[in-house]
Design a protein around this ligand. Structure first.
Ligand code: HEC
Ligand code: HEC
Length: 92
């Protein structure tokens, strides 16, 4: 059984290890590559989707994007039911 008193007796180096592990995780996260998925373009075609809600805008995407449409999906494209979750609006 571990009593409260015993927990308090943990040696000082536990704290150092704890801080070191946190630091390592932080560095790992900061070094992770940024997002690379193409953003929703800001051109004449796509500009009109910016003011819309995501769900409303996504109804129009399949008009042009699809395997039997003018713009085909690249090979190995992931599941594509919610376009704007991955192809985010360009905030610049
Ligand atoms: C009227 C036709 C049309 C509609 C509707 C449309 N697109 Fe497009 N889209 C295009 C064309 C044409 C291109 C290729 C030329 C370009 O980049 O504008 C394209 C390119 C793209 C690209 C690739 C950009 C890049 O950097 O390579 C993405 C992502 C995209 N569209 C997402 C969407 C999403 C999400 C929707 C729905 C909100 C949508 N499109 C609706 C015609 C359309
Ligand atoms: C689960 C995430 C996801 C969803 C949902 C999704 N895509 Fe993609 N899409 C990607 C990834 C990843 C790529 C390949 C990397 C890139 O963006 O160039 C890609 C590539 C594309 C490209 C080619 C971009 C280029 O630069 O050649 C187009 C166009 C595109 N997607 C349109 C759409 C449309 C339209 C929808 C909705 C019907 C959609 N995507 C839904 C993740 C997604």
């Amino acid at each position: 059984m571990t009593s409260a008193a015993e927990i308090k007796k943990k040696p000082f180096w536990y704290n150092i290890v704890f801080v070191a592990v946190c630091g390592a995780i932080l560095i790992f996260l900061l070094k992770a590559p940024g997002e690379t998925t193409a953003r929703l373009p800001r051109d004449e075609i796509h500009q009109k989707f910016y003011p819309m809600g995501k769900k409303a805008a996504e109804k129009f995407c399949p008009d042009c994007h699809g395997d039997d449409r003018q713009v085909k999906f690249p090979k190995g494209h992931p599941p594509k039911n919610r376009c704007l979750f991955c192809h985010k609006k360009d905030v610049r």
